[in-house]
Ligand binder design. Structure first.
Ligand SMILES: [Fe+2]
Ligand SMILES: [Fe+2]
Length: 262
């Protein structure tokens, strides 16, 4: 799926939920497991601005397409967080965006590159850095689509399920942006392919790792993906289709590291 920035700009809107009857959460409240996963997703969506902040000090920011997309993408993720926080509020769980913003310290995705800093980051110049950023983003957005669809199907709830499907729909456009960008960058540079392979296989972790407690990461991944090897393989296949990333199994590996049975 190719990505059209103008079309994205024209159609980027807050995820709609005003037409959904949130009063049904009164008669059909969500279970504790689901609420715990939703809380995680809500925090991750709100934390997206960390990702953006990291971006603004990196070479990706100077790229016109990436820069233009990022601003709108960041708003969409914020609106996802807002919609999820409304669902949580119906269950007495209050997520305060400003509080999250104030708390966060060095939590963006480049934080995950920390262990590699000395050996790799110094060589990670310009376009190669952007390639890593785009592939990392693609993996995150792919898992977001899968996670929202899965929770939507699992809960089969008159208000929650359609909301999660709508969010997933917006996430597919994010996938399109990151994969289109990633493909271009990787095609343009064999060096980028090598670096991306190394970083994705050694340090990529599921979205939310490093910002949420490990126990929460394990909960969500177990809740949504335990025993669903086919789903993980599908995600891996999407990444493997990118130039130079054949054979990578970042999802399988990350889940194995977390001890989640496939
Ligand atoms: Fe999102
Ligand atoms: Fe997204």
């Amino acid at each position: 799926m190719a990505f059209d920035l103008d079309q994205f700009a024209e159609t980027s809107v807050p995820v709609k939920y005003e037409d959904l009857d949130f009063d049904t959460f009164g008669s059909r409240p969500l279970d504790a497991q689901t609420l715990r996963s939703l809380r995680y997703m809500c925090d991750v969506e709100f934390h997206t601005s960390c990702f953006l902040r990291d971006m603004l000090v990196t070479p990706s920011h100077r790229e016109e397409d990436a820069g233009g997309f990022m601003t709108m993408w960041n708003r969409e993720e914020f609106w996802h967080g807002e919609a999820l926080s409304m669902v949580l509020a119906r269950h007495g769980i209050i997520v305060d965006y400003d509080e999250i913003k104030a708390k966060r310290v060095k939590l963006g995705w480049t934080g995950a590159l920390g262990p590699l800093k000395q050996s790799v980051l110094s060589n990670l110049a310009g376009t190669d850095f952007v390639a890593v950023h785009m592939v990392w983003g693609a993996a995150n957005e792919l898992s977001a689509v899968a996670a929202y669809r899965q929770l939507s199907a699992m809960t089969d709830h008159p208000a929650l399920s359609p909301l999660l499907k709508r969010i997933a729909q917006q996430e597919t456009r994010h996938v399109a942006f990151y994969t289109t960008q990633a493909r271009e960058r990787l095609l343009a540079s064999e060096n980028a392919q090598k670096i991306v392979r190394m970083i994705m296989s050694r340090v990529w972790k599921p979205v939310g790792s490093g910002m949420m407690d490990e126990s929460e990461v394990v909960h969500v991944m177990n809740h949504l993906f335990a025993g669903r090897a086919t789903e993980l393989d599908k995600l891996d296949t999407r990444v493997q289709k990118l130039p130079g990333l054949e054979g990578l199994t970042i999802f399988r590996n990350a889940f194995a590291r977390l001890g989640i049975p496939a």
